[in-house]
Design a protein around this ligand. Sequence first.
Ligand code: SAH
Ligand code: SF4
Ligand code: F3S
Length: 444
Amino acid sequence: MTEPKKLFVKTYGCQMNVYDSERMVSALGGQGYVETDTPDDADMILLNTCHIREKAAEKIYSQLGQYRPLKNKKPDLKIGVAGCVAQAEGEEIIKRQPMVDLVVGPQAYHRLPEMEAKVGSGELLVDTEFPIEDKFDHLPKTGGRGPKARRAPSAFLTVQEGCDKFCHFCVVPYTRGAEVSRPVSQIIAEAEDLVSRGVVEINLLGQNVNAYHGEHGGKEWGLAQLIHELAKIDELKRIRFTTSHPNDMSEDLIAAHGECEKLMPYLHLPVQAGSDKILKAMNRKHTAAEYLDLIERIRQARPDIALSGDFIVGFPGESEEDFQDTLELCRQVRYGQAFSFKYSPRPGTPAAERADVDEAEKSDRLARLQALLSEHQMDFQKSMVGKTLPVLLEKPGRMDGQMIGKSEFLHAVHMDADPSLVGTIVQAKILHSERNSLAAEIVG
Ligand code: SAH
Ligand code: SF4
Ligand code: F3S
């Protein structure tokens, strides 16, 4: 038997890249590769990249530079760039960094094995086509090498990809293409496979996941119908989905939060800004009041739901007054957790043409917003202290004898527990709140 070749994958960006990386590892398994966790002994290095902000994209070039000595030492080391930078910059990547052997966009991963085989042939290996056929039909399932390799208890499952919203700051519609939903039967089959490998929690992924409209028996199903169907899988205990757009939060999906016990009380619902003027300039197509009304209806369906969001500060034209509207919206919603970013102009997007807000001003606004968001996060975490919560144990913690898991509200919770409990849901009494996690003890 020949020695397996080693593949090192480094993943940047969103959860869909995490999911895609797993698929690429499986696909290259057919070429005799097994995954390794260090670039040092790799025969192939694959960077799965993110283009969402300038910093994210620039990181890739500095990372590639760091692999230079490895390539010098082992000239037949193959280096590939995948993901959204690959899609956005294509051939440019090889021009800027000639040691890159192949560039493959997110819609062409099914052609990765074929491309890998051609490295060294002298052919320019750049594939950023959007195929007519469904890439999912041609990619092996995630799940490792063996026919029934065990999986971690929580898994991602892509149900929808791409976006038709064209928010004026965002590259995703260009890097991931138009919205495409996978058929229901394919998703159910993948979910059943995951469950048979020990998965108990599935996080349904899509750039615009609540716009899901997959085919089922000649009809179209929405995300709520899909969730109800998945909930019928006995061994599947928890369902989540991310990321949603406020305008696609249909009535049946709101209701599902009250009806479906397996659907976790956590919703990531980015709003980006609290000023109507800025929301309009961003092309978000709703007002702050409409968003707040939506939040209220969601809380009627599931009063204890934890809300999460994304914010951009310093979007072109954002005044101090507009920024105050964002703070006010946060005070009204009180997010359990939220992500916030300084606006980063992205080439090719409409907002990149507009006058940028002063950098120091952006930093100042980001600091003020993050202080408020973290105050709300701390309040929410502290409100858990003394309560007993179901926690899905996922992996060993940092300390000896410790395990770490997730609450229904997506808190990281650590406690002393036996490693054999991985994949089980335990009742945990919350002892105290830390910066980004909760400390607990198992009860009962
Ligand atoms: N709906 C998508 C959003 C992807 S981008 C999803 O599936 O998650 C994640 C977040 O990055 C966005 O919600 C937005 O807050 C932020 N973002 C996107 N483009 C940005 C830009 N040009 N500058 C700063 N932040 C940006
Ligand atoms: Fe980007 Fe807007 Fe689409 Fe989200 S909804 S991926 S922010 S264009
Ligand atoms: Fe980044 Fe692409 Fe995801 S730009 S956030 S990796 S869709």
